[in-house]
Design a protein around this ligand. Structure first.
Ligand SMILES: [Zn+2]
Length: 240
């Protein structure tokens, strides 16, 4: 009898566990949806949709970082950590969120593949590229030179500013990525982002065509850069 009671209670317990798990999963899923970009940041909900564009201090938006313009000594940035672990400059986050939301509304599913990097991380990426070219038969010096057209030397990478992001797709499918890049090429300026290394500006930027690398420069500059087909170096020369 005792044995019988025990065995009939087991399915009930399992059912309760199953329902609890289901509730927990749906709750987590809903929460994940809301926090997709909010992460551990203090920005969430409505505040994410209220970007503050301070006209008096927008110089940070146009910071030039390239091989000739390294990051200033002791540079630091306040970062927002996204739920997917990526980090961006806190001030850029609301625009990024809005761009991703609008892309999704248009049926485009972008994913961040790289964001803020420390100098150490940048070095390891440059090392990886160099290694690849050494393996292809180039000398170490040659390999480093080619690697530098894909990954900047630490201190000269925009990824260290928190203003740059590599945007692709979650599944690394080239065709899907092309769709994402096409949408971003057409629309990213509306959110203050530009394609930082265009195909026809490699001689000026010193960086190979990177349709995935986006840089926040603010809505005003992005609109002009987009309209006139410039790269950031050209735009800054114009406005100097
Ligand atoms: Zn990049």
């Amino acid at each position: 009898m005792k044995k019988h009671q025990k065995s009939s209670a087991t399915p009930k317990i399992l059912l309760v566990i199953f329902i609890s798990a289901l509730v927990a999963v749906s709750f987590l899923f809903a929460k994940q949806k809301v926090e997709e970009f909010c992460g551990t940041s203090d920005l969430n909900g409505a505040s994410a949709y209220a970007p503050t564009d301070s006209a008096d201090d927008s110089s940070w938006q146009l910071m030039l970082v390239n091989a000739d313009h390294p990051l200033p000594e002791g540079f630091s940035v306040e970062l927002t950590t996204l739920a997917n672990g990526h980090k961006v400059d806190k001030r850029v986050y609301p625009y990024l969120q809005r761009m991703f939301d609008d892309a999704r509304s248009a049926g485009i599913i972008p994913a961040i593949s790289s964001s803020y990097r420390t100098a150490e991380k940048q070095q390891s990426i440059l090392d990886e590229y160099t290694e690849q070219y050494i393996n292809q038969g180039y000398s170490e010096a040659e390999a480093l030179e080619i690697a530098k057209t894909w990954a900047a030397v630490p201190g000269t990478s925009e990824h260290q500013t928190g203003l740059a992001l590599d945007i692709t797709t979650a599944d690394a499918n080239k065709q899907a990525a092309d769709i994402v890049w096409k949408w971003l090429k057409k629309n990213s300026y509306k959110y203050g982002f530009i394609i930082r290394y265009p195909e026809d500006k490699t001689d000026i930027t010193g960086i190979s065509n990177e349709p995935w690398h986006f840089r926040y420069v603010g809505e005003k500059a992005a609109a002009e850069i987009h309209k006139k087909g410039l790269c950031l170096e050209e735009y800054l020369n114009l406005t100097e």
